[in-house]
Design a protein around this ligand. Sequence first.
Ligand SMILES: *Cc1c(COP(=O)(O)O)cnc(C)c1O
Length: 375
Amino acid sequence: MIPLVDLKLQYHNIKIEIDEAIQTVLNEAAFYKGRHVREFEENFRDYLGVNHCVGVANCTDALQLALHAVGVKPGSEIITAANTFIATSEAISAVGAEPAFVDIDLTTYNIDLHKIESKITEHTAAIIPVHLNGRAIDMDEILRIARKHHLYVIEDCAQACGAEWKGRRVGTIGDIGCFSFYPGKNLGAYGDGGALVTDNEEYARYLRMAADHGREEKYVHEFEGMSSRLDGIQAAILNVKLKYLDKWNECRYDNAWIYNNNLNDAEGIISPSFPPPSKRESHVFHVFLVRVKNRDMVFRLMKGAGIEVGMHYPNILPCQPAYSRQGYRNEFQEFPNATRVAEECLSLPMYPELSGKQIKYIASTLKEIVGKNEE
Ligand SMILES: *Cc1c(COP(=O)(O)O)cnc(C)c1O
């Protein structure tokens, strides 16, 4: 079986360093706050090239904290993409705001920059661009729209850790950047973890307090916050893994080219990554997505052939039961591109350690299955 992501193999390759890092935390009992968390915050800050980093428990909390930090009020509307993971919109609802979903663009599968302004109302407070699948969004255009309409920009970088837009790492371009260290992400911990980054000192101070029960001093709570911590063991693991992140992301990009070279002229298989973007930094390939007709059948047959495939994501958010309050009935009319991608998307195995031979096997199997399907 070729897995979608192979975390065992990755651990095996860095086992000595990881085991030592975990043992150090155990010996020091540095489980909470402590030097490993501080070191990771500094390392991640320097890696991204930003002034402040606050470690938190996960990216969903990070997004919620970021919305609070910029002062989003209940009743506000927040613009985001219709095809993101629900964490983005959960954070919006959690602060009492309402997600305003926007269709996607069929060349990037990210939010359609031309459709954002039609969703802006007097209640709109912020945009959450989601660098989906690992592909950096055109942040010049996002910032232009945000400045014109006086909106905050909170980047959801959960799938794009290390990606760059014109020489700047994503997450450092908007007001606040939010990251996930869920194990399967490009920089994954061995449990949950997340981070917030910003150049704004005031936000950073607020975020650090808000993630820790609204306090700076142990027994003084200036306001009610959350209990959202990056723990010492995860931070120590992330300190080891961060050193490899750029190399791993380059391997993902090279793998995307092997997929391209073996699939781009195949009948019935399309992808926004045929060919991969010419700037390697702009796409860190968290997911390698293709589109096929009869997707559910192809999905089953691929699994049957020993290849684990995924779907990112088969149902668009505005039409999920959780958002029935928004009353969308005809998703094709409102979100034609996101709906088509949801119906046809298939994620192929993608991780740094995947070999060229495996990719060729995956590609030939997919071509065979799709070819039969077309007959
Ligand atoms: C994974 C993910 C999140 C949530 O991250 P957690 O750390 O699991 O809370 C948010 N947004 C996107 C786009 C994601 O893929």
